[in-house]
Ligand binder design. Structure first.
Ligand code: PBG
Length: 341
């Protein structure tokens, strides 16, 4: 350094936030939020038969699994420290009809999958969706009214309550109503209790928005193809993405009706809602980082525009920081594996 240059005088700054960012160890000590494997739940797709895992085009690294492969995947997840899985069936289109009749089958795909997973990894928390979309040829979450122009709320609630009891009998830890019908949480709680399943818990998709981010999931379970349109609208039951007060009211209603865990879905675009629910309810709060959020990060990474791991980790951290205790995410396995290294 040339000797004739005088050093820059130090600013008179008593508060220098950068002091705590100087080294990795300091940064770790003051880190406020972290994501661990035990915070994550892996959604998994199951299909009939023994075919090799079939990758879902719009969800790189996610597969439709046969029951034996599903069991293997669950063992791997458990070893990595993931405590829960949410199972979704992809049915043969031939089994679908307007009433979702295949759901009544006591030996149906999802119930067999639950029994197999529970037998192999009894401690793993198993969650199943309560909604008729995988079974209905119209792709809606419930059965339709006589005009066929909307779901029939009350008739759907009766179906869902019976569906939840079937899932409880198969051994699930949580039933997860994802349908957004009015009154379904209360009806499911009453039906579970009446059938002797007072230990089976309800993870309520309390705040589920009518979101474009579910697109890849509908490919995965074939509910959009069932409807013959990618624009299948669930606007008469899922929440308007513009509404914050209504979202909170929905969450509190599900709490009143007996939900054990409340969930907000999607997650990344609804961090304000996660925070609102966190502040107004003492129930554990889940958030679902949905298929479109996963697809978006993967697509940008494929183009070389975003770093996959860093974006993934930041997206999950943001959801935790907003107030979620647990996160359903298709990244669960990758994150748990990265943390285990
Ligand atoms: C339907 C259901 C959906 C998802 C979970 N359960 C989609 C929908 O409402 O059409 C979406 C999950 C995702 O996008 O990852 N009952």
């Amino acid at each position: 350094m040339p000797t004739n240059v005088s050093p820059t005088p130090k600013l008179d700054l008593p508060v220098r936030p950068r002091r705590l960012r100087r080294t990795a160890a300091l940064r770790a000590l003051v880190q406020e939020t972290s994501v661990g494997a035990a915070d994550l739940i892996a959604p998994l797709f199951v299909v009939e038969g023994r075919a090799a895992p079939e990758e879902i085009a719009s969800m790189p690294g996610q597969f439709r699994l046969s029951v034996p492969d599903l069991v293997k995947e669950c063992r791997t997840l458990w070893k990595l420290g993931v405590k829960g899985v949410a199972l979704f069936p992809k049915l043969d289109p031939k089994l679908k009809d307007a009433e979702g009749t295949e759901e009544l089958n006591e030996d149906g795909l999802i119930l067999r999958a639950v029994r197999a997973v529970k037998k192999a990894v009894p401690e793993l928390v198993v969650i199943t969706d309560v909604a008729l979309d995988p079974y209905a040829n119209h792709g809606h979450d419930g059965v339709l009214n006589t005009e066929g122009d909307d779901v029939d709320n009350d008739r759907t609630v009766a179906r869902l309550a019976a569906m939840a009891v079937r899932q409880a009998r198969a051994g699930v830890d949580f039933v997860a109503p994802s349908d957004m019908m009015d009154g379904r949480v209360g009806a499911i709680r009453a039906a579970l209790d009446a059938a002797g399943f007072c230990e089976t818990a309800i993870l309520a998709y309390a705040v589920k928005f009518n979101s474009a981010y579910y697109g890849p999931f509908r490919d995965a379970v074939g509910s959009a193809q069932a409807a013959g349109t990618k624009l299948l609208s669930k606007a008469t039951y899922q929440l308007n993405p513009a509404n914050r007060r209504e979202a909170l009211a929905e969450a509190l209603l599900d709490e009143d009706e007996g939900a054990d865990i409340l969930m907000v879905k999607p997650a990344g675009a609804y961090l304000d809602i996660i925070r609102d629910v966190r502040e107004r309810s003492d129930k554990p709060l889940a958030a679902y980082q949905v298929s479109g959020e996963y697809a978006q990060i993967h697509a940008a990474a494929r183009l070389g525009w975003l770093n996959l791991e860093r974006t993934r980790d930041e997206s999950l951290l943001a959801i935790k920081r907003a107030g979620a205790d647990l996160i359903l995410t298709y990244f669960a396995k990758d994150v748990a594996a990265a943390l285990a290294k």
